[in-house]
Design a protein around this ligand. Structure first.
Ligand code: FO1
Length: 322
């Protein structure tokens, strides 16, 4: 393999990964970065193909994300989704039409229109993602983990019901306990993702949910084996700080699915594929316990509340790899 000195591949979920990338572009030439992005959260609503993690990273790198919500566009309006209310009264029982629980803003809809139309024309998700990246003038290359269908399905602990990831995350506000998570579909790692991982000098696992953001990428045949072979070049950043998730339900999910909701639990999950784990100073007292799991532990502020902290975290993460 012709490995390219200085190339970085980042294995990504949504918000945490997006913020990490804003730091990384401050310390590495952006054209040397490939972001390999989870598509297990992807959904079809109103007939539209929606790729939440790709969108979150796109809008964040473009400086257009809504900073409060962490998803969708800033200064968004909601006229179209509001107008669906008219159709609720005529919707037959069991129909998914006119669903309003998933917030699609008026400007955001343009992205889903474009993606859906291009996929219908026969383009791959990899190709469409390149086009959307060009439209937003992204400096970093975004690579969907797969061009195939891979859907994260969540089994609810209380009812045993299987629901889609967005049903769990948005409709149920991730407030119900989870019994299991699985990734459906016969998906393969995309050629572009495989090349990016193979060609990178350093591979970073972004501070994303290890189970439902990084998990789908790891589930693709051959991916874990490839990462394990490159283990010394792989650095993970813990999304758990002081036992809590930086955003989303990662802490509860870890607990519910039999893992420890701590940096040590994260270390156990990543030990087969990462040589080092970056943890926040809040967890510095657990550094030895992390190292007992077989990873080098690096302590660096990980709560990316400013561009400077994101930059310093990215620099510390790259330094941890070598
Ligand atoms: N997250 C929410 O919590 N509520 C929403 O209504 C919502 C809408 C939405 C629309 C487009 C998009 O790209 C993302 C959206 N998200 C929403 C975020 C997303 O569902 C989750 O943050 C991720 O799937 C978890 O990584």
């Amino acid at each position: 393999m012709n490995r390219d000195a200085g190339r970085v591949a980042v294995v990504c979920g949504g918000v945490g990964a997006a913020r990490f990338l804003t730091g990384l572009v401050q310390v590495v030439d952006a054209d040397r970065i490939d972001a390999i992005v989870n598509t297990g959260d992807d959904t079809v609503l109103h007939g539209l193909s929606i790729s939440p993690d790709l969108d979150t990273i796109t809008y964040t790198l473009a400086g257009a994300i809504d900073p409060e919500r962490g998803w969708g566009l800033v200064d968004e309006t909601w006229i179209t989704i509001g107008a669906l209310e008219r159709y609720e009264s005529v919707r037959p029982a069991g129909s998914q039409a006119a669903a309003r629980w998933f917030g699609l803003g008026d400007q955001d809809l343009a992205t889903h229109f474009y993606r859906t139309a291009r996929l219908a024309e026969g383009a791959t998700l990899t190709e469409v993602t390149v086009e959307i990246g060009r439209a937003w003038e992204l400096p970093v290359r975004l690579v969907p983990m797969t061009d195939d269908r891979c859907s994260t399905t969540v089994t609810l602990a209380d009812t045993g019901e299987d629901v889609s990831f967005q049903d769990y995350f948005v409709r149920l506000r991730h407030s119900v306990p989870v019994a299991a998570v699985r990734f459906d579909g016969d998906a393969q790692l995309s050629a572009a993702a495989s090349e990016a991982l193979d060609g990178a000098e350093t591979i970073v696992i972004a501070p994303s949910n290890p189970l439902v953001s990084i998990g789908p990428i790891r589930s693709l045949p051959g991916t874990d084996e490839m990462l394990a072979r490159r283990r010394d070049d792989v650095v993970a950043v813990s999304p758990i700080v002081g036992g809590a998730a930086l955003k989303g339900p990662a802490d509860r999910m870890l607990d519910e699915l039999g893992h420890e909701a701590s940096v040590v639990g994260v270390a156990r999950i990543y030990a087969p594929i990462a040589g080092a784990l970056v943890i926040d100073p809040v967890d510095a007292h657990l550094a030895e316990a992390v190292e007992r799991e077989g990873l080098r532990c690096v302590v660096a502020p990980s709560i990316m509340s400013s561009p400077r902290i994101a930059r310093d975290l990215a620099a510390a993460t790259l330094a941890a790899a070598h």
